[in-house]
Design a protein around this ligand. Structure first.
Ligand code: ARG
Length: 420
């Protein structure tokens, strides 16, 4: 077992390294010599930026019951519309049952333990839901929670009093943890959002070859650059201040071949069409009963956890998870602006790692490189959105994982200095 001092020293080295890596990434993107990867594919730009923490208290996220780590288990967005009711897209819950879905409410950063994670009592897809293969219609579903939640605050839905909230030209907003292609991210840890104007139905018909139904509405810019993306589905399209309060007008449903492309708007389920259906489902129950306030039980702390107070962080970085995540991860960092330069340190017996690495290496997604006699698994995660590299290795019995460094050379330099 390592001493805390030594672990802290490793972490400090990691952090300094990350700081320098991020400076390079931010100011002087380097070209990886001898490594072919595609030029940063900035053809897709959603314009999403980190949302203001707490500003969207109705945001919810759907998570696989079997995955304790919310960031890893999340698969769709959703919104809290009453203390015990969640609104989402039917395509998000098509293959789900109440025993397979948890809902997390009141959380901004998925790796934090803010808010509440609650099971589903019932999932109610719209009876007229038709999936994408068959033409997509009525992409809306309700989830009744096992109990009312006191985390978060419900959002109002568009109704007669706010009838103009989805008129073409209204500046609406989407929020979610889905892809931000221009940052190379798959799904994000923090909630992201972007403003998107509601588009006239006719313009959207033209952009989507006449596929837009009356129960759908489109939002975005003709030139692209403002859009939801994969993973945002089920989340709300809302007007931040319609008559002084936020009003949800749509549910993220689908888009063209990419995200934020020109002449290809995001498509949302049009909530005005479902006011009656939603009311009928909810009114049959105690939806308006006062939320039960339950103290969130403190997460079990583990002796192997790093004390955040003991870890001095360079400016611009924050420790966002110092728990023993699934008994293994003991620290996890990201830059203040959400840059995807993660370093995770795991505390576990990884004696079989070399074997595991060799297997991974065989899959051709990674290669084992010796760096100062330490085997390092290097994986190329580059895709059409840009270059991405991962390294996994063990130093002094701790597994270190460096995630999402944007150039191969940078990654290798990081690994070598950590092994020292
Ligand atoms: N269907 C996607 C999801 O499941 C949402 C896609 C939104 N795409 C877009 N270009 N607006 O997450």
């Amino acid at each position: 077992m390592k001493t805390m001092a030594k672990r802290t020293a490793i972490l400090l080295t990691l952090l300094l390294l990350m700081l320098s890596a991020s400076l390079v990434i931010n100011h002087a993107p380097s070209v990886a010599s001898g490594q072919a990867f595609q030029q940063s594919g900035l053809d897709e730009r959603t314009g999403k930026t980190p949302a203001q923490s707490g500003a969207q208290p109705w945001m919810a996220v759907l998570v696989d019951v079997g995955e304790p780590n919310v960031r890893e288990g999340q698969f769709c967005g959703a919104s809290l519309i009453a203390p015990q009711w969640i609104l989402t897209a039917a395509h998000c819950v098509e293959d789900q049952s109440p025993t397979s879905v948890d809902v997390v409410v009141g959380r901004y950063q998925l790796t934090s333990d803010q808010g509440e994670r609650i099971g589903a009592k019932r999932i109610i897809p719209h009876p007229g839901y038709v999936n994408e293969q068959d033409g997509q219609a009525n992409d809306i579903a309700l989830i009744e929670l096992n109990r009312p939640t006191a985390a978060g605050r419900p959002i109002s839905l568009i109704d007669a009093a706010n009838a103009a909230a989805d008129d073409p030209g209204v500046l609406a907003r989407i929020a979610g943890w889905g892809r931000v292609p221009e940052k190379g991210l798959d799904v994000t840890d923090k909630l992201y959002s972007v403003d998107v104007p509601v588009v006239p139905q006719q313009a959207c018909q033209v952009a989507h070859d006449g596929d837009i139904q009356a129960d759908e509405l489109c939002a975005g810019l003709p030139q692209g650059g403002a859009d939801s993306c994969e993973g945002d589905s089920g989340g709300p399209l809302f007007v931040p201040a319609a008559g002084g309060k936020a009003v949800q007008i749509g549910i993220t449903s689908w888009g063209g071949d990419g995200c934020g492309l020109p002449q290809s708007y995001g498509v949302y389920t049009r909530l005005t069409e479902y006011e009656h259906w939603i009311k009928t489902q909810i009114d049959g129950t105690n939806a308006d009963s006062a939320p039960t306030v339950r103290p969130t039980s403190p997460s079990p702390s583990d002796s192997a956890s790093i004390d955040p107070a003991e870890t001095a962080l360079p400016a611009g970085y924050s420790l966002i998870d110092a728990q023993n995540d699934q008994g293994e991860r003991v620290a996890y960092f990201e830059t203040r602006d959400g840059d995807y330069v993660d370093v995770s340190v795991f505390d576990a017996d990884y004696s079989s790692l070399a074997e595991w690495m060799a297997e991974e290496g065989d899959e051709a997604i990674g290669q084992i490189t010796q760096a100062r006699d330490v085997p390092v698994l290097i994986e190329d995660g580059s895709d059409r959105h840009g270059a991405f590299w991962y390294a996994t290795f063990v130093v002094d019995g701790q597994l270190i994982f460096i995630d999402g460094v944007l150039s191969y050379d940078e990654l290798l330099a990081a690994v070598i200095s950590l092994i020292n």
